[in-house]
Design a protein. Structure first.
Length: 499
């Protein structure tokens, strides 16, 4: 390939990216994708002869970009999916060109990852001994955390690799807030902890894990011959943004020999915000923490992190040797593959995270988080001020769960009503929010994690919700007895995974 061809196509791609991002606020949040187009992407055959580089941009512009998730738009409030930070976009392109693997061997991006992870741990309030590894996201970080906790626990018991290991593994029990992210239970299944040894602990009136209920569950399991090995707290629950109490959970873990993992995929950096700092007392004493830079920091998707107070625990759990993979020098640092299950790992995560942090600075990180919190406060205030809406839950992390009040619908009928309203808003394309189950009720949920979102976008969202409610009422009054006219159009995806 002639260098000029590559330069011209990269220039065209860069110009299109700038145009695309600049036009996002005026575009629909999302668009339904026609069935024939979906089928074409799934079933397209590969031509015998290759195509031109310019066709890549044409393909993205015509086939991919018109049908986004919507998370780049400032009026997207459905899930904790951020738009890409400009610094991260540039860094990913540069790292892809270098194309170094951050699992084996030694290269600059490996050391950059070590340093950037250390910076992230410092921002999270962990001690200076802390380290860790970047992951594809919170789900992978939680999986690594539970696997590390299991190895740590069984090693301390001296279970070995034989029958004693099998007997002890068959008694391991895991505890977590009933409001925890679904990835916690999924990770437990991946390391061989079946459902009947998972203990979702009831939450209090503020949707935080109840330490007294946790202690009672652990005590009962110990008496029954089970082995409590780990408790997972959540720093910013997905549904309501609650922060579990850290200090009493750590105290219980220390007294019973358990590992304490904090899932801070969303709210792991809350100690940096003065208004939230009191909720993070004791954060330095957890054994591990999940943080997702692609959530609160807007690093492009695919950048999570597992942080541990003692990185050696990761090496114990994941270090494996092979004759074809040996460090070149006796004093070489452990390869990052010894801290995770991945051997081939992209360097894009490290450079994109470093670039985003470098662009923001410590004060910029705090200001970004405060921006989200301030918007959430304003949204909850606007909901409270509306005679037709009511805040059901939300906070301290930037989320508002709310419901319609000017309706006679109750029980399952009210659940269906809020599902329909969310569907109306989504299909209209001017804003986007989801539903969630709170206290066994289906309500509307809006979260704030877009640095482009402004107060005018909050007004737009509530306007869309009320217009959707009016439209629903009109459709219902005009429809014949039977199914609601919008029922066949499908239902929005809910935060709890239901449809």
């Amino acid at each position: 390939m002639h260098p000029k061809v590559l330069r011209d196509e990269l220039t065209a791609a860069a110009e299109w990216v700038c145009q695309y991002l600049g036009q996002l606020p005026e575009a629909p949040v999302s668009r339904p994708m026609p069935g024939h187009q979906r089928a074409r992407l799934r079933d397209a055959p590969l031509d015998r002869t290759g195509g031109e580089l310019r066709q890549i941009l044409d393909f993205v512009r015509e086939e991919i970009a018109p049908f986004p998730t919507g998370n780049g738009h400032p009026a997207f409030f459905a899930w904790i999916n951020s738009p890409p930070a400009p610094a991260g976009l540039i860094a990913e392109l540069l790292a892809s060109a270098i194309n170094a693997t951050c699992g084996m061997g030694e290269n600059a991006l490996m050391d950059l990852e070590r340093g950037t992870v250390r910076t992230l741990a410092d921002l999270a309030g962990l001690p200076t001994t802390a380290g860790g590894v970047l992951t594809s996201g919170g789900s992978m970080a939680n999986l690594l955390a539970l696997a590390t906790a299991r190895t740590w626990f069984l090693t301390r018991r001296g279970s070995g690799d034989g029958p004693a290991y099998d007997r002890d593994h068959a008694r391991l029990t895991l505890y977590y807030n009933a409001q925890a992210h679904m990835s916690v239970a999924k990770a437990a299944a991946c390391i061989g902890i079946p459902t009947h040894r998972l203990r979702p602990i009831p939450s209090d009136a503020h949707h935080r894990l109840d330490p007294a209920a946790l202690r009672a569950a652990v005590t009962a399991d110990q008496a029954a011959g089970f082995l409590p090995f780990c408790t997972v707290t959540t720093l910013g629950t997905t549904a309501t943004g609650a922060v579990d109490p850290l200090e009493p959970v750590t105290a219980l873990c220390r007294s019973t020999g358990m590992w304490h993992h904090a899932d801070g995929a969303w709210g792991g950096l809350g100690a940096m915000v003065p208004a939230l700092a009191h909720l993070y007392q004791g954060v330095a004493d957890v054994d591990s923490m999940t943080v997702d830079p692609h959530k609160t920091l807007s690093v492009p998707v695919g950048c999570g992190a597992l942080l541990v107070t003692d990185p050696e625990h990761l090496h114990t759990a994941f270090a494996h040797r092979a004759s074809y993979l040996t460090p070149g020098e006796p004093d070489t640092l452990p390869w990052l593959s010894h801290s995770t299950i991945e051997l081939t790992r992209p360097g894009t995560r490290a450079l994109a995270l470093w670039a985003t942090l470098h662009h923001l600075g410590r004060d910029g990180v705090t200001a970004l988080l405060q921006h989200y919190l301030t918007l959430a406060d304003r949204l909850r205030d606007k909901i409270t001020a509306s005679p037709r809406l009511e805040v059901v839950a939300g906070g301290p992390w930037p989320v508002a769960c709310f419901r319609l009040t000017d309706t006679t619908a109750t029980g399952p009928e009210a659940d269906t009503l809020h599902t329909r309203i969310a569907h109306h808003v989504q299909t209209a394309g001017r804003a986007y929010l989801a539903t969630v189950t709170v206290d066994d009720r289906t309500v509307l949920r809006a979260c704030l994690c877009n640095y482009r979102t402004r107060e005018s976008d909050l007004d737009l969202l509530l306007r869309e919700v009320l217009e959707a409610a009016d439209s629903d009422r009109a459709e219902l009054s005009d429809a014949p007895t039977g199914d609601h006219p919008s029922a066949a159009a499908g239902r929005p995806v809910r935060m709890d995974g239901a449809v």
